[in-house]
Design a protein around this ligand. Structure first.
Ligand code: LAG
Ligand code: CA
Length: 450
């Protein structure tokens, strides 16, 4: 099959980190589909280690034991029903695929895993044996050496010989099984640690044209550009630039933001934070409140990359897992429960999802800034947005929007032909008079012209 198929221009995905399958299904129907989200990245569905002694941390998921779809978030039938329900709501499912490695040394070095399978590091009965793992059995230490990054152990995790036919066909079998259940794409975990030609070979054997985006952190001898033959790559430079600039308030510097030089817009997956950065290297996260929403809304309004909206569980300890039963099964997630943050439901975020799709195809127009902490720009005749990290702002803006009455999607939606948030007028010359409070956003698009 051909390589990765990107979602349609203007598409937005949410990362429902650690959400159980039943809960994702309900959220697809209740909120994600109706609000125009095109896809969801779900946590890894394969059997994983169970670390009771460590309080069932979230990172159990990144130590595969087998490819049975039986995890702390549900079993195969729960997973399959979720995919069907989400697809019916118009939402694609993208699976976080852990292909580089199996389990590590550490607290547990043997089974059983979440589906009851017995294992030891380098031995997974019926799946892999010792010879399926890289010769190098030491941790990566020289990050200037691409061979070491790819053929030694990341975090002491048993490194698969992805160049071997047997390993490749096992991995292809797992991914095609997911595609068979209706999965539309994959986040490739630790892609930097797999030779690009191995990923290319694996992805080329997948059924259909799944959307593929690869986790390539640009902090070593390896560039994300090495992976663009297979699919998109994560753009960490964009994330740092966006989050740092919004946090510091200097929004005017975001004019023309285009992420890492190694990636073009259609090769880049972009985000404000992800599940790793929000723990290890936080710049802006849900804990920052309004400025975080300003950053996410900016990402959605601005036409660079394929955006991913983080949706978290609340945490203090970076190691801790989501709320769970005494057997380690994750408790149901829902947005009425404060343990689940639901960034994806914040109005300035949710409202800008439809803005992005309405604006698809139009570049940035009518840019304005105050040289500092306030900016505005349009998307041609389709949309106009204002971002304010300074004092309350009142002024007129030149837009390219058609004359009319519009609902601001950052403060509400349209219900029965009326705005539940702010209402604005665009005059015959495209001029908008608006007041935008400190640390807030205004978003108008032609889909909410009354
Ligand atoms: C990733 N992307 O490339 C994930 O986004 C990241 O969350 C994964 O690490 C990593 N690659 C491997 O898939 C996570 C935790 C690690 C954890 C690892 C395996 O951030 O802390 O390692 O998952 O569960 C843990 C211990 C290590 C230990 C290892 C093996 O923290 O000290 O060596 O387990 O026992
Ligand atoms: Ca590897």
């Amino acid at each position: 099959s051909s390589p990765s198929t990107a979602p349609t221009e203007g598409a937005v995905m949410a990362h429902m980190f650690q959400w159980p399958w039943d809960s994702v299904a309900r959220e697809c129907t209740d909120f994600l589909g109706p609000n125009g989200y095109d896809g969801v990245q779900v946590s890894p569905p394969q059997e994983h280690v169970v670390l009771q002694g460590e309080g069932f941390p979230w990172w159990q998921d990144y130590q595969p034991v087998s490819y049975q779809l039986d995890s702390r978030r549900g079993d195969r039938s729960d997973f399959s029903e979720m995919v069907a329900t989400c697809n019916e709501a118009g939402v694609d499912i993208y699976v976080d695929a852990v292909l580089n490695h199996m389990t590590g040394s550490g607290s547990v070095e043997s089974g059983p895993g979440s589906a009851g399978s017995e294992f030891e590091k380098y031995s997974y009965p019926g799946i892999y044996e010792n010879s399926d793992f890289s010769e190098c059995r030491a941790d990566i230490s020289n990050w200037d050496d691409p061979d070491e990054i790819r053929n030694c152990e990341l975090l002491s995790l048993a490194d698969l010989r992805t160049g071997e036919e047997g390993v490749r066909s096992t991995l292809t079998g797992y991914l095609n099984d997911l595609i068979d259940l209706g999965v539309a794409g994959f986040r490739i975990d630790a892609a930097k640690h797999v030779p690009p030609q191995d990923l290319e070979a694996i992805v080329s054997r997948l059924d259909g044209d799944p959307y593929v985006f690869q986790e390539v952190i640009e902090d070593s001898a390896i560039s994300p550009a090495e992976y663009t033959g297979t699919g998109e790559a994560t753009d960490f430079a964009y994330s740092e630039e966006l989050s740092g600039t919004v946090r510091d308030g200097s929004l005017a510097q975001l004019k023309g933001i285009n992420g890492t030089e190694a990636l073009n817009s259609d090769q880049a997956t972009v985000f404000v934070d992800n599940h790793d950065t929000q723990r290890n290297d936080p710049t802006l996260t849900y804990k920052d409140g309004d400025p975080y929403n300003v950053a996410t809304a900016f990402m959605l309004a601005h036409p660079y990359g394929t955006p991913k909206v983080m949706s978290s569980f609340d945490f203090e300890d970076p190691e801790s897992g989501p709320p769970a039963a005494s057997n380690g099964m994750t408790s149901p997630a829902n947005c009425e429960d404060e343990d689940w943050v639901c960034e994806h439901r914040q109005q300035p975020v949710a409202g800008m999802v439809e803005f992005r799709s309405v604006a698809a195809g139009s570049g940035v127009t009518d840019w304005w800034d105050n040289g500092n902490d306030q900016v505005a720009f349009g998307r041609g005749e389709n949309g106009f947005a204002v971002f304010n990290r300074g004092a309350d702002l009142s002024r007129t803006f030149q837009t390219s929007l058609p004359e009319g009455t519009y609902c601001d999607v950052a403060s509400g939606s349209v219900v029965d032909g009326r705005c539940t948030g702010e209402t604005y007028e665009i005059d015959t010359g495209g001029v908008l008079s608006a007041s935008v409070a400190s640390d807030s956003v205004l978003g108008l698009h032609v889909g909410t012209r009354l």
